[in-house]
Design a protein around this ligand. Structure first.
Ligand code: NDP
Length: 294
């Protein structure tokens, strides 16, 4: 049987539409327009594409977008100065510093300089601490998007066996925390995991965040499991012409679709949800900073 395809593009559109309603209500009832500031350093082409999309979608939902671009050889001090300025600017409710930063910069120092209340990427140690202790912080956008898709598709996650493959600070670890919070029994797998196929085979929920094309094989997937594929891998596609590429996930999609109950495609699954959740976090931050209950 073929799996249900979880349409991240459609779901992201519905999240954005809810955000737009919140923005409208903040404007009308409170005279507040949420503002998101994006800081980008250097010319990394993938980052440029992400930032362009972020800026476009910010204005589409009616928020103010502030965009600051610096050349790759900018001194760390200058970026820190901008972060401090944005922390103190009441028109800015969310701050995002696009990663990766150039090698000469201390990424941690810059992220930790962002006020936790404005840290809409959810990477500040205060926000990861709040997530780990069940507090109300800002949750990293990609795992938040995965979690919302799982809730939407499965409803109550309580008691389900979940595996998160990957333990990065931006995806794997916060994803595992969210699933634990939802009362799943959670396994976190990584490059030293002994028998990954056997671990994956037990899971009702598989979240793959590895960064290796189609590494998780379809025949590892338990019958009717829900599969969320975070991976975005660019592989050569000579069938599309010389020098052409295509995107694939971390899961072997065609075969996994035969076993899974539901699966996210790549592209069109987790990817679109990430920016939608960034906008959602900016609205959440705006409500909290102004002490307004939704
Ligand atoms: P990282 O490289 O930071 O982490 C990868 C993780 O995978 C590590 O924990 C690593 O283990 C683990 N891993 C590597 N090889 C294996 C293996 N053979 N078996 C099991 N685990 C393994 O990546 P990110 O978390 O930043 O990103 C993961 C993927 O998600 C990438 O493809 C990235 O492009 C994508 N991504 C997509 C986003 C979206 O919006 N859709 C947003 C962010 C990321 P160890 O810790 O032991 O080294």
């Amino acid at each position: 049987m073929s799996a249900h395809i979880i349409d991240g593009k459609a779901f992201a559109a519905s999240v954005r539409s809810d955000v737009a309603k919140d923005v409208q209500s903040l404007k009308q009832k409170h005279g507040i327009t949420p503002g998101l500031a994006v800081v980008i350093v250097g010319e990394d082409p993938a980052s440029q594409v992400y930032v362009r999309n972020k800026v476009k979608q910010t204005s589409e939902v009616g928020m103010n977008g502030f965009h600051f671009e610096y050349p790759a050889d900018t001194q760390e001090e200058e970026v820190l100065q901008k972060v401090h300025e944005l922390n103190n600017d009441p028109a800015v409710n969310g701050i995002l510093v696009q990663l990766p930063l150039p090698d000469h910069m201390n990424e941690t120092a810059i992220i930790e300089a962002i006020s936790p209340e404005k840290d809409v990427d959810g990477f500040h140690v205060v926000n990861s601490g709040l997530l780990a202790t069940g507090g109300k912080g800002l949750v990293p956008c990609t795992p938040l998007g995965c979690y919302l898709m799982l809730k939407d598709h499965l409803g109550d996650l309580s008691g389900k066996k979940a595996i998160v493959v990957g333990r990065s600070n931006i995806v794997g670890k916060p994803m595992a925390q969210l699933l634990l919070d939802a009362s799943c029994t959670v396994t976190i797998a990584h490059s030293r995991t002994k028998d990954l196929p056997a671990e994956v085979a037990q899971a009702d929920i598989v979240v793959a965040a590895v960064g290796r094309p189609e590494m998780i094989k379809g025949d590892w997937i338990k019958q009717d499991a829900t599969v969320i594929d975070v991976g975005i891998n660019r592989i050569p596609a000579p069938e599309r012409g010389q020098g052409k590429h295509r995107l694939v996930g971390d899961v072997e999609y065609a075969t996994a679709s035969e076993n899974a109950g539901a699966i996210t495609p790549v592209p069109g699954g987790v990817g679109p949800m990430t920016i939608a959740c960034l906008l959602k976090n900016t609205v959440t931050a705006t409500y909290r900073q102004n002490d307004i209950k939704k």
